[in-house]
Write a protein that binds this ligand. Sequence first.
Ligand code: UDP
Ligand code: MG
Length: 325
Amino acid sequence: MTEAENLVGPPQALRTLSSHLSLVVPVYNEQENLPALCDRLRQTLEAKEIPYRIFFVNDGSRDGSLAWLRQLAATDSRIRILSFSRNFGHQISISAGLAHADGDVVVVMDADLQDPPEVIPDLLAKWSEGYEVVYAVRKKRKELLAKRGAYALFYRILAGISDVEIPLDSGDFSLMDARVVSLLRSFPERNRFIRGLRSWVGFRQTELAYERMARHSGEPKYRTRHLMKLAMDGFFAFSTVPLQIATYLGLLAAGLGFLYLLYALGTRFLYGNPTGWTSLAAIVLFLGGTQLMILGILGAYLGRVYEEVKQRPLYILDEVIGFPG
Ligand code: UDP
Ligand code: MG
């Protein structure tokens, strides 16, 4: 893409699809959800006469998901399947789907029907108005207050220390113009925090409120540990502010140390008070703790740099099904 093509032009009059809408759906052990998902997608999109293709990414499922999809692809030419050699994770699955999806627009959605297919025509309507990115924002989170608070805090901090503003309560469920998709595809990084990259590219972005459903069936695959990793990826991929913490803490510790030295010298000579073991232990612990913490932060960046320079492939495809030619 040349620089001129990359510029943000004036909003166009109502756009229409010239080919089709592509869906990217990561699938990890979703056999109970796939039939209902496909039915609702077909009903919704056919009713609105929206031509579509579905790119399922099978992320190393251990249940019958792949077998079911394979059967579907045999009878429906709109179905494409990318099947990984093992489980690579949600964000990588989305990346693989985006790398293969074609069409004028791409919608990313989960397979568990938490992202209702009925919202897709509304997302598309926003795109017609001229927006390149339309992210679905959930109206109500049906989650614990603590989890909600953690999310809000995460996005608040991220906005503060980086130049990505991810709207609170938006997830990966979104519609992107082919131009945005081809940009995301061209990003070489391994550490992929899709909702951050999506916000980072810019263009005209807007939101659309929807009611997020409970999972149709089965257990959520995202555990707290994964969410923590996702949050850390967000911080480290979009900001180097944590690295500067060392500088500020160092200044603070040196300043405090100096003041304390004055105090200790003063009391020693004026009153003859020896300052003893307790204060020494406190100082050593404070300094040792901060130094270890800073080393940890350095390590987090170093590890990620190492991941990037290895240049390993993002994922390994075991099989692709339904692609012509
Ligand atoms: N998923 C995946 N790989 C994984 C975990 C999840 O492809 O390692 C898929 C899963 O099948 C679903 C979507 O990612 O379509 C979101 O997963 P989940 O519903 O478990 O997450 P949550 O809704 O709690 O964010
Ligand atoms: Mg879910």
